[in-house]
Write a protein that binds this ligand. Structure first.
Ligand code: DQA
Length: 147
């Protein structure tokens, strides 16, 4: 059987994990996150590519390029979650099963973080589970696409 291909997209400032606001995002680095995701994917027997960008248009380009290449997307759009109609539209355009992840619990922070545009194109969201949310998202998507 062919392995499922997963694309994990992390948005702006997530490359600063370990340095930025450790009380919210923990002390592990972005490299640590990539290792965690690769290990999780390995355990579930799926292929994964991790991608990070600080630029909205680059994230849109990556989502468009995923069409016909990846079976599922896990996305933490970071600050673009709360502002980006362009990322929402890109996800709708490719129509690849997608799950949203946030390391911190955005539902318990500032009001503006309670709005998520991308959520409208996602089958589920894992919010406030730290790195574990990415593993949960992969599992949720495997269950969905194996149906
Ligand atoms: C975040 C939450 C966002 O509100 C914030 O802008 C981020 C990270 C999270 O993973 O908790 O950069 O997406």
């Amino acid at each position: 059987m062919e392995q499922f291909r997963f694309l994990v997209i992390n948005g702006p400032n997530l490359n600063m994990l370990g340095i930025r606001e450790p009380e919210l995002y923990g002390s592990q680095t972005y490299t640590g996150l990539v290792e965690f995701i690769e290990k999780s994917a390995d355990e579930y027997g799926v292929q994964v590519e991790c991608f990070q960008s600080n630029h909205e248009g680059v994230i849109v380009d990556k989502i468009q390029a995923a069409y016909g290449v990846f079976d599922s997307i896990v996305i933490n759009p970071a600050a673009y979650t709360h502002t980006s109609v362009a990322i929402l539209d890109a996800l709708k355009a490719v129509s690849i099963p997608t799950v949203e992840v946030h390391i911190s619990d955005v539902s318990k922070r500032e009001e503006f973080r309670k709005v998520s545009y991308v959520r409208l194109a996602c089958i589920d969201s894992f919010i406030g589970f730290g790195f574990e949310g990415y593993r949960m998202a992969i599992k949720r998507l495997i269950d969905e696409i194996s149906k």
